[in-house]
Design a binder for this molecule. Structure first.
Ligand code: ATP
Length: 445
């Protein structure tokens, strides 16, 4: 990881407070002091994240004939996590400070020296020689099913959505008439008891994933891997992210997850450095083979053309909905120098989120120039009309809607309105009857 820029904390602090002020993201259970690394999405945040998820769903499921959608349950048979390797392998090496009782990932860059040795220094209390040697700590949340808290009833909150896809692979294959190669896509919650969570919604304990597993004939996986790398980067660029803030990172042998033989991350340059927000993984037949073994159920595929039987290989595209939302927010965040009435927040500085219009939570604000002479009535009529097509609101005066629609004296005469682009501050005079078409065009893409 590249060193974080000096101003990183400041920018993140500003973004977190802007997100709260405007109703994007709130700390979970805030009135009780908050729950660590769990966040709630407010009125604008829920719309933004939903727009991102819907965009993903449209491009991965609706726009393709070879991908089916799925919504599997969070709770699954406990054997799933034995077969997937998560019970034995999904862990982080952790060290504890015996003095201040804090816990860290063994690779925490703030630790000086070697944990377990006398030279190691605790990054919180500064004591020397108090850090334990690393121990493995499983990241899955456990809970109990049924009334008796006994070992047999232990189940896990899923740490990834992918397994719900694997265990339904046959069901989807048989009910959808797909043939290999084909994919199954799903958006859903995942839970990880992360030890060093942080950076706002970057690494949280409860989050949403947008995952797609593409089942292919063994031997063709490298081709599909490259295909999906290119597709996913195109999709990410379509969010309007500045291209110089995006890059690929290939996992080396030490980084690869237990199930993968090749993996590339799409990284974004966050204020705290380059970090992944989506991964493309070659998972081979690891998961399906293990489920076949653990469940005792045949999961191989009979190729109708060649009569060959094989267990498909899987190319996975795995994106975090929350992390992608953070990418979009970080990339859209701008502080601009303005004068006069535009200085909405903080002296002559204006803080704007330059969101791509199609992602913006609120598309337009409609307001009368003055509250008389038939202007409010016309503004209400126009707003109600637009509401059937877009998420718009009446008379806020704030700077939230992507477009500002003003109803003035001229509007009541000739049924035209002023539409102002909040980012460029450019204005157009548009006929009220043409507003839906006008906005549709502006919001496309
Ligand atoms: P990291 O090491 O950064 O926690 P990972 O390599 O474990 O991530 P994957 O298991 O590949 O991540 O999960 C795929 C995607 O799911 C990630 O790219 C990220 O967008 C999202 N994700 C994973 N863990 C979290 C988390 N704790 N909070 C938010 N999003 C997460």
């Amino acid at each position: 990881m590249s060193p974080a820029p000096v101003t990183a904390d400041k920018i993140m602090d500003k973004l977190v407070s802007l997100a709260k002020r405007r109703g994007f993201v709130f700390q979970s259970s805030e009135i009780y002091g908050g729950l660590g690394s769990v966040w709630d999405y407010g009125p604008l945040g829920v719309e933004l994240k939903k727009n991102i998820k819907e965009r993903w769903w449209r491009s991965m499921v609706h726009a393709r004939e070879d991908i089916e959608g799925l919504d599997a349950a969070i709770l699954m048979h406990p054997k799933v996590w034995e077969a997937s390797g998560h019970v034995s392998g999904f862990s982080d090496p952790l060290v504890d400070c015996k003095k201040c009782k804090n816990r860290f990932r063994a690779d925490d860059p703030r630790i000086k020296g070697t944990p377990g040795q006398p030279d190691a220094q605790c990054p919180v209390c500064g004591s020397k020689g108090t850090l334990t040697a690393p121990r493995q700590f499983n990241l899955m949340f456990k809970t109990f099913m049924g009334p008796v808290e006994e070992q047999a009833a232990v189940i896990y909150l899923r740490p990834e959505t992918a397994q719900g896809i694997y265990v339904n692979y046959l069901n989807v294959l048989q009910s959808s008439r797909q043939k290999i190669p084909f994919g199954i896509a799903q958006i859903g919650k995942a839970f990880r008891n992360e030890i060093t969570p942080g950076n706002f919604i970057f690494r949280t304990r409860e989050f949403e994933q947008m995952e797609m597993q593409f089942f292919v004939k063994p031997g063709t996986e490298n081709e599909w891997f490259e295909f999906w790398r290119s597709e996913r980067m195109t999709w990410v660029e379509g969010l309007g992210i500045r291209p110089d803030k995006l890059r690929w990172h290939q996992h080396d042998k030490d980084e690869l997850a237990h199930y993968a033989t090749d993996a590339y991350d799409i990284q974004y340059e966050f204020p705290f450095g380059w970090q992944e927000f989506e991964g493309i993984h070659n998972r081979t037949d690891f998961d399906l083979s293990n489920h076949q073994k653990y469940a005792g159920k045949k999961l191989d595929y009979l190729d109708p053309k060649t009569n060959e039987r094989f267990i498909p290989y899987v190319v996975e595209t795995s994106a975090g909905a929350d992390r992608t939302t953070l990418v979009v927010l970080c990339d859209a965040y701008r502080e601009e120098e303005v004068g006069g009435a535009e200085a909405a927040e903080g002296g002559d500085q204006r803080v704007v989120l330059k969101l791509k219009p199609s992602l913006a939570p609120l598309k337009a604000a409609v307001f009368p120039l003055v509250n008389k002479d038939g202007m409010p009535e016309l503004a209400h009529r126009i707003c109600d009309d637009l509401r059937r097509h877009f998420n718009v609101f009446y008379d806020d005066g704030g700077s939230i809607g992507r477009f500002g629609i003003t109803i003035d004296g001229q509007s009541t005469q000739d049924q035209t309105v002023t539409v102002r682009d909040r980012d460029t501050l450019k204005q157009d005079r548009v006929g009220a009857a043409q507003l839906v078409d006008y906005l549709t065009q502006k919001l496309a893409g």
